[in-house]
Write a protein of this length. Structure first.
Length: 352
């Protein structure tokens, strides 16, 4: 894509789910852009990658999940074609029932207009001797897993081939805000979109926003006898990755904001796994990352209050797979087509 007088339309900071989804929107509009991203945050790489429209604690619909699901399916399908890799692995989610009350609540929920479509009214009995689930499972429909690690790696390659990715840390001190454009080292751009995940806490332009951050860890477990082909939700998730490997987690930790796995979480997750899986297993890896969670559990999207060519795309919390295609579309049509942002995700909601 040609850049007029060396001037880019956009500079994007961060290449996780947020940055990637925005780049895709820019490609659709044929915009000239470059990305600067480092490896300081790992959320999109370690994510379970599940897309599941239902909150499985109370059996309620996640925020705008019905709207986001169709959009997300089309978005990842188009990416599969562009990148030439499989990203979408449809897999059912089975919620293990802990009590008769939960079964009853499930039945009640299957009658609710917004949930009906997503909750199977049949209870699946457990037939697997390696799993303790005497009350069976409820099945969530239209669920699956996006291989987010493969997505980030393939997208990075795609950007490198186009000479559109600079793999380094963005230094906020070097950004010069000029009349009508921005200068960063030898790059000039009309606009900049910050998509640094929890790294936003170091961004002097947007770190006033109420991001809390929440660390999560997964174990990778090899369990050749288990043989389940659904994502099992009990006290933790067990997500089948193929070849008898399962991703098991994740926990929610509010104090520690590092990307380092801990011994404490390893034993907590193993204990939870053993509470419902009764076969031999081996832990083969442990992964950690910080979810960019926000105090009101909604994304952070919008324009800087003073510097009008600075934007933020962040706050996807624990549901980045479904939210990214929706939120990136919202931001681009806000900037390019002057369409108002969905008030739920607009950062103006925090204006005093
Ligand atoms: C354990 C765990 C499990 C999860 N499971 C799921 C799941 O099953 N389903 C789901 O939908 N979501 C899940 N999530 C949430 C999901 O991962 C996030 O919502 C999503 O990845 C956030 O994407 P992001 O692009 O905003 O942030 P990130 O993935 O953190 O990406 C930000 C990028 O910006 C870079 N960056 C930051 N600062 C700078 C800087 N100064 N200069 C240059 N680059 C910078 C970072 O290094 C990183 O590459 C999970 C998260 C975790 C941690």
């Amino acid at each position: 894509m040609a850049t007029f007088g060396g001037m880019l339309d956009y500079l994007v900071i961060g290449l996780g789910l947020a940055g990637i989804s925005f780049c895709e929107r820019l490609e659709e509009k044929n915009k000239a852009f470059k990305v600067i991203s480092d490896a300081s945050q790992t959320s999109s790489i370690v994510a379970g990658g599940l897309y599941n429209p239902v909150i499985l604690k109370r059996f309620t619909l996640a925020w705008k999940a019905d709207e986001q699901l169709q959009l997300a399916k089309e978005f990842y399908q188009a990416l599969e074609v562009r990148l030439g890799v499989q990203l979408d692995y449809p897999v059912p989610v089975y919620r293990r029932f802990n009590s008769i009350e939960e079964q009853n609540l499930w039945f009640e929920s299957t009658d609710k207009p917004k949930l009906k479509r997503f909750l199977s009214p049949q209870i699946h009995p457990n037939k697997n001797i390696s799993v303790d689930a005497p009350l069976g499972y409820g099945e969530v429909l239209y669920t699956g897993r996006i291989d987010t690690k493969k997505l980030v790696e393939s997208y990075k390659e795609h950007m490198l081939k186009k000479d559109s990715l600079i793999s380094e840390s963005f230094d906020y001190n070097l950004l010069a805000i000029k009349e009508g454009f921005l200068q960063y080292n030898n790059l000039k751009a009309k606009k900049i979109v910050f998509a640094e995940g929890y790294g936003m806490m170091n961004n002097p332009y947007f770190n006033h926003l109420p991001m809390k951050g929440n660390k999560g860890e997964y174990l990778l477990i090899s369990a050749p006898e288990l043989k389940i082909n659904f994502a099992l939700k009990s006290s933790v998730f067990a997500i089948p990755l193929g070849n008898d490997i399962y991703k098991v987690g994740a926990n929610y930790e509010w104090k520690d904001k590092t990307n380092e796995p801990t011994e404490k979480t390893r034993s907590q997750l193993a204990k939870k796994w053993e509470s419902f899986v009764k076969c031999d297993y081996e832990i083969i890896n442990q992964l950690a990352g910080v979810r960019p969670t926000v105090s009101d559990r909604r994304p952070l999207v919008g324009q800087h209050p003073e510097h009008k060519n600075l934007y933020v795309l962040n706050g996807f919390g624990s549901r980045g797979v479904l939210i990214a295609p929706y939120a990136s579309g919202q931001l681009l049509s806000y900037i390019e087509d002057d369409r108002p942002l969905d008030a739920d995700l607009d950062i103006n909601r925090f204006k005093k």
